[in-house]
Design a protein around this ligand. Structure first.
Ligand SMILES: [Fe+2]
Ligand SMILES: [Fe+2]
Length: 254
């Protein structure tokens, strides 16, 4: 069993959002969808770390990256199996549930990372922060999962691995970049902040767009519909003769 050197605590932001997380995970259909999405993200993250293992020239990092990638694949499978078990316990009805992603993201945020362009230092800094964020969120998810002990046990087990990932990435960041490790961490922090801002801005833009289109539908369209109906009422039904000035020979289109 691995033990974390640094004990990740949930961030204040994640702790403040605990009631939202509790609401999100409280619904069993939403829980299944979240677990499936987490599974995908973990497996994708594992694939990226496997690529990092192929690219690095550092033999110690290669071994750690391989172990890390295997962990992420295993997490993905654990989430998928649990989603399957919860799904089988569900009654046969399918009710669409409202999904709220940005406050309860899963995985490690490796989705927009281009492994080929990263040095060992910058990748380790990014991984350290991502694993730290994952450990913080999984602490909260474990705590709000009182009503579902098997899912809670999965989060507790994965949390242990995330702490190990968080620790080895920092230790080796200091080893490979003793002078520049702080700079790598700050760059990774700014990059995550920017990507977080973009995600939030996209969600906000989508909500504003939906609101504006709904207002347009109920406020702008009704007068046009009324005018069209009034014009239709004024039309006499059936065929009627064309006036003589519009009834010239067909030498032109209009
Ligand atoms: Fe993981
Ligand atoms: Fe991890």
């Amino acid at each position: 069993m691995r033990s974390g050197r640094l004990h990740a605590r949930a961030t204040t932001f994640d702790r403040l959002l605990k009631p939202v997380h509790s609401w999100i995970w409280g619904n069993v259909e939403r829980r299944v969808q979240k677990l499936l999405r987490f599974s995908e993200t973990e497996i994708d993250g594992g694939r990226d770390i496997l690529r990092a293992a192929e690219l690095t020239s550092d033999p110690v990092l290669r071994r750690l990256y391989l172990e890390h990638a295997i962990d992420e694949f295993r997490h993905g499978l654990m989430f998928r199996q649990r989603a399957g078990s919860v799904l089988r316990e569900l009654p046969l009805r399918s009710k669409p549930t409202f999904q709220l992603d940005w406050p309860a993201p899963g995985g490690h945020g490796l989705d927009d990372l281009q492994i080929e362009k990263e040095s060992d230092g910058s990748l380790l800094a990014f991984l350290h922060l991502s694993e730290k964020a994952a450990a913080s969120r999984f602490t909260i998810y474990r705590d709000v999962m009182q009503h579902d002990p098997p899912t809670r046990a999965i989060f507790a087990e994965i949390l242990n691995d995330e702490r190990f990932h968080m620790n080895y990435t920092l230790t080796h960041l200091v080893r490979v970049a003793p002078e520049r490790h702080r700079r790598h961490l700050w760059r990774a922090r700014l990059s995550r902040l920017w990507k977080g801002y973009l995600r939030l801005a996209t969600a906000l833009a989508s909500a504003i767009g939906t609101l504006i289109l709904t207002i347009q539908y109920f406020v702008v369209l009704p007068p046009f519909a009324w005018l069209a109906k009034r014009a239709a009422r004024r039309e006499s039904p059936g065929w009627f003769p064309v006036s003589s000035e519009r009834n010239g020979s067909l030498r032109r289109q209009y």
